[in-house]
Design a protein around this ligand. Structure first.
Ligand code: PGA
Length: 251
């Protein structure tokens, strides 16, 4: 059966000492639901320190927020999947809408990033989601399916079984405007059916699909109760330990 996962995405927030403090608060809280896989998505330079802090926690892992689509070499400023793995991180967020928008990451480039992550034994959290104008036009199902088709459909069944998907409608990210649980459920179910056509029913049923976009302690319970929502990718609310822990404990 698929896992319930709550992943924090700290984005470009927290100095190293602040990140260590936040991690310590989460690790020492002692009340995290043990059936939830907790993931801390930190800036690159925090990965090693945070990985050490969670090493003895059975259900907390660390994630990068991006990796290069290249293996190694003369790419000044880039960080490879192999380097991420060497810090102790086990996950990497790929294709977040902010990377697609501000850094012009295309579906094709994201397919390469997925390959790099999988080749280095990292679990990719692959993000997808539509902008407001697409939602208003009513073509959001096709739009998001196309993101998955173009970035994922080259994977083998075995590779597919190692990934996690996060559906994040762009109009809900950082806006305080969450998708309703009905909107999240219908998109997650649609994506699962789309993926089942390519990878088989069983593989699609085993896939964890997370919801992201203004997920907070006061709405997480309702969203996580949807049958096709297997957890969340949490931005703003992952920066405060009490809020993040409350979300982890919302299943
Ligand atoms: P938010 O961000 O929770 O602050 O809306 C979610 C995300 O961008 O992953």
């Amino acid at each position: 059966m698929r896992k319930n996962i709550v992943a924090g995405n700290w984005k470009m927030n927290k100095s190293l000492s602040e990140g260590i403090e936040l991690t310590n608060e989460i690790v020492s809280a002692g009340n995290l639901d043990e059936n939830v896989q907790v993931v801390l998505g930190t800036p690159f330079i925090h990965l090693t320190s945070v990985s050490k802090l969670v090493a003895n926690s059975s259900n907390i892992e660390v994630s990068a927020q991006n990796c290069s689509d290249k293996t190694s070499g003369a790419y000044t400023g880039e960080i490879s999947a192999e380097m991420v793995k060497s810090t102790g991180a086990e996950y990497v967020i790929i294709g977040h809408s902010e990377r697609r928008e501000y850094f012009k990451e295309s579906n094709e480039e994201l397919a390469e990033k997925l390959n790099q992550a999988l080749a280095n034994d990292l679990t990719p959290i692959f993000c997808c989601g539509e902008p407001l104008e697409i939602r208003e036009k009513g073509t959001h199902f096709e739009y998001v399916c196309n993101q998955l088709t173009e970035s994922l459909f080259h994977l083998s069944k075995d590779e597919f079984s190692k990934i996690v998907i996060a559906y994040e409608p762009i109009w809900a990210i950082g806006t305080g405007k969450t998708a309703t649980s009905q909107q999240a459920q219908e998109m997650h179910a649609y994506l699962r059916t789309h993926l089942a056509e390519k990878f088989g029913k069983e593989a699609a049923a085993d896939l964890s699909i997370l919801y992201g976009g203004s997920c907070k302690p006061d709405n997480a319970q309702e969203i996580f109760a949807c049958p096709d929502v297997d957890g969340g990718l949490i931005g703003g609310a992952s920066l405060k330990s009490a809020d993040f822990i409350a979300i982890v404990n919302s299943f």
